[in-house]
Write a protein that binds this ligand. Structure first.
Ligand code: HEC
Length: 187
């Protein structure tokens, strides 16, 4: 029914379509963030004022600051500033030892008993998981809840934090880890 030529051009066109699909998948590649409260998708988008590191995270789920801060104590101070400035200290302690909230360094007998040694939410062993926990809050497994911090989310605390500021806080928290679990976030 079809001539050889028609068949060839049909093939050629379908190959073009496939190539187009591959390109558009790549352009849409995104880190699909979900809430720690209910596992629903989080509407956090890259914005014009975002740093290249924030944009990279929103595409790949990899926090570029984590390895940077582990290797460079000076750089890690930027994350410490975010942590102190936003009063994370008030609940988690100046040394991340946990006061009225779980320890974030995980080797103390500080704030929340069982949760001083291990993550309240296992997903916090990944940078994506910890970002989601800080960005959009928690359901209260340890007895208290975490606020919503991301400035693009309804219910945010004060002016909220940008993607970049949260990534820096996460990277700083990683430098303080003293638990005996694997440092999965460095993989
Ligand atoms: C008003 C007290 C309060 C403040 C301020 C606060 N948190 Fe929390 N945070 C909590 C509580 C309580 C939990 C435990 C939540 C739960 O069990 O659902 C928690 C949980 C967490 C966790 C998960 C811990 C785990 O073991 O899984 C991280 C990470 C965290 N907070 C980071 C931060 C950062 C970063 C800031 C500052 C931007 C901050 N918190 C400010 C009370 C606070």
């Amino acid at each position: 029914m079809f001539g050889n030529k028609a068949l060839k051009s049909t093939l050629f066109i379908s190959m073009l379509t496939l190539a187009g699909l591959a390109v558009s998948f790549q352009a849409n590649a995104a880190c699909n963030l979900v809430s720690t409260v209910d596992n629903k998708p989080l509407a956090i988008k890259a914005v014009a004022t975002d740093t290249p590191e924030a944009k990279q995270f929103l595409e790949t789920c990899v926090n570029p600051y984590t390895k940077m801060y582990m290797a460079d104590a000076e750089a890690a101070k930027k994350g410490k500033r975010e942590y102190n400035y936003n009063n994370c200290t008030g609940c988690h302690g100046g040394k991340l030892e946990g006061i009225m909230a779980p320890s974030l360094s995980k080797n103390t007998a500080g704030g929340q008993g069982a949760f001083d040694q291990k993550w309240v939410y296992a997903k916090n062993a990944t940078d994506k998981g910890m970002f989601e926990t800080i960005a959009a809050g928690t359901p209260g497994t340890s007895g208290g809840t975490m606020f919503i911090w991301h400035n693009q989310l309804p219910g945010k605390t004060g002016d909220g934090l940008s993607t970049d500021q949260i990534l820096k806080a996460v990277a700083y928290i990683r430098t303080q880890y003293k638990g005996d679990g694997e440092k999965t976030w460095l993989k």
